[in-house]
Design a binder for this molecule. Sequence first.
Ligand code: IYR
Length: 229
Amino acid sequence: MIADDFTIINGFKHIKYEGESFFEDEMIKRSQNYFDFNNKRRSIRHFSDKEIPMGVIENIIKTASTAPSGANKQPWTFCVVKNLELKKEIRLAAEKEERKSYSERMSDEWLDDLKHLGTDANKPFLEKAPYLIVVFKRPFEYDNEGKKHQNYYVNESVGLACGFLISAIHNAGLATLTHTPSPMRFLEKILKRPDNERAFLLLPVGYAAEKTFVPDIKRKNIDEVIKVY
Ligand code: IYR
């Protein structure tokens, strides 16, 4: 006899979906509130060095790790850097790449597009923020015999996990910045990551510094981003 709280598909156990659903009025309220909350999220460049409990960082990363991924391979590793010397080493290496990017690699149009954000090659937040989360993608895995196995939709999967991560950081009342010092190979070296990992994104995490200013920019209007068929 098969119990009604699970079933077998292709020989694999499937359990009951436990997702919640709501009556329409509740759904409207919740979706509006969630938007209002997310609409307050901003990327910031000035952090306080105030401590954050490691348990919060763990919860944030557990949330990121709930993201969907190709064939459920969860092809990501989140490195948490709190060590001051390591943060400094990362800052110096990132600034070295960024100086090259700003002076040689980025086009005039790109530099022009960045002007209103007030960015430059200096990245003091990489030392100031209490934590750096360095996200690595894992294009393949090794099995116990050392044979390689590809992961699937790795960029999509890790991009989604980063979205969840950023949202969880905001939910905790903390702030971050999606920092992409390019090229990012130095992060693999400094953190001594295995050869199946590639740096994907670098996120300083902390409280916003007191009186943080952010650029006065607007999100696109709903009519510009939605097309209903
Ligand atoms: N990676 C550089 C440049 C940069 C690029 C984009 I696209 C931005 O939105 C902001 C900055 C830097 O972090 O300064």
